[in-house]
Design a protein around this ligand. Sequence first.
Ligand SMILES: Nc1ncnc2c1ncn2[C@@H]1O[C@H](COP(=O)(O)OP(=O)(O)OP(=O)(O)O)[C@@H](O)[C@H]1O
Length: 609
Amino acid sequence: MTTTPDLVEETTGCPAPDAADARNSDLLPVASGKRTRAAALELLRPDRGLAVRSALVLVAATAIGLLTQPLLGRIVDLVAEGARGAGTVSTGTLTLPVVLLVVVAVLQGASTALGLGMTARLGESVLARLRERFVERALALPADRIERAGSGDLTARVTGDVARVSEAVRSALPELARSSLTIVLTLGALAVLDWRFLVAALLAVPVQAWTARWYVRRAVPLYAKQRIATGAQQQQLLETIGGADTVRGHLLEEDHTRRVEERSNAAVELSKRGVRLVLGFYGRLHIGEYIGLVGVLLAGLILVREDAVSIGTATAAALYFHNLFGPINAALVLLDDAQSATAGLARLVGVTDLPEEPARPAAATSADAFVHVRGVTHAYGNGSPVLHEVDLDLHEGEHVALVGTSGAGKSTLARILAGVQRPTSGGVTMPAHENGRPGAVLVSQELHVFAGTLAEDLRLARPDASDEELRAALATVDALAWAETLPDGLDTVVGEGAHSLDAAKAQQLALARLVLADPLVAVLDEATAEAGSAGARVLEQSARAALDGRTALIVAHRLTQAATADRVVVLEHGRVVESGPHELLKDAGGPYARLWAAWSGTRGPAASE
Ligand SMILES: Nc1ncnc2c1ncn2[C@@H]1O[C@H](COP(=O)(O)OP(=O)(O)OP(=O)(O)O)[C@@H](O)[C@H]1O
């Protein structure tokens, strides 16, 4: 048995449900143990036929395997009888049990393979269902809910917890099920041979139970300390290497080397304690096993002497008991895996069970062809409002530029108008939708090129778009020329790990998706801020073309975007303080004029033209 029972570490890595909630009520919830079990059964329900069949096959496989020991016992009996009678045993006498042993081995191998195959299919199907539910629910979570919890919480669940549950479903749980089955059926078989064998075997249980308790009590705090020490060591390394220039500049090499050494020593010391603990665990476990084995052998001796059982039966009992060593060790180790997976599952179920709330609440329909923002107030979490009773109308086809100093609330308003963020109060109404046209689409600075071909990336916006439509959309935003020079044109694989596109191209792709989506209202938040100024001009041109003929709200950090808009709306501290055409506001001596003067002052005379 070589597996290291290091999973207590993982188990304790997950906060207990209630503790997590108590620490921070904004963290995503964790399901209770009862609810997690119920959810596991729900996930299993559609495959219950397969679950029952695989359980039956595994029981049969284990039961078949348990015929080996009595057959070996039978051989022992035949040899003993032969020795007592003729002094030898004929080969013919042994043929049948040997053939039966071969048959048992073949049948057990085949049925185990079949059972494990079925269990693997079952596991994958359950996992797929769990992942689907989780991703569906996570994607539907309102942005502010994720922000309140911290996106790290959700990411940790998507990565760490899903991986932990997947690994357990793929390896630990089938192995644990098989081990438990072997233990139960073997103990049953011992009782069938003679109940006294069972009693002798159970002598090992108190030592094993004590060992498990001994281990868990020490392992939980030790692994927690180990995690902290390893984290501290990595942190120190990062600081020292990351700040190498500063360290050298201030002649701090020695000091930092000493700190790295101290932290490394602490981590190494704890690792050594971990190894000693594991060795102690197995040592104690073996003591328990040998106590049981001695018990079974003594019981066999006494029973054979009393003629209560044959030598073969006593041999079979000893072999049965020996056969328990592996499964018992495996079960004790895998219990940690199972617990860790249960904790992971509880965190996933906590998310899938969140009450449904539409992430993008369908905006009410305006009575006219305009977009109306009415009385929108918004506060993040329990903070003070960043928008106060904002009213704003966007006329059909109008381009409105939203300007204001940093933190004025422009992005927040843009996200609310696009339906990505739910306002604390107030609301947005949109003109009636036409056949499936989306209400509003937001193109934000956080652009992502989805892995796949360029065509697939574009079709996210309109899955049924023809190649011609894709080309037309790219041409609109001036991206067709570079797209056609890609190695495989529209079929070039782009995104992470493939042909990478620079920020400006990614921006144009986002604008082409906007053209394809053809929303009633386009919301651009810093859509051109990524590029340098020459690139910015190209992107501004792309954005203008993408917005042509469309109602649009443009968050304009570059005031050239404001200058070309139909109307400029100035936000200050979450309130609309000015609204009107650029030319008018520029000379009105108000907040926009000040912004414009400050901005063109930094840009030189060209900008103010
Ligand atoms: N997710 C968030 N959680 C908490 N506070 C936030 C969040 N997003 C923005 N804020 C705060 O809300 C206020 C308005 O931010 P917002 O990003 O809407 O302003 P902005 O005008 O777009 O600023 P900038 O020009 O710097 O992007 C700021 O004080 C900001 O710190």
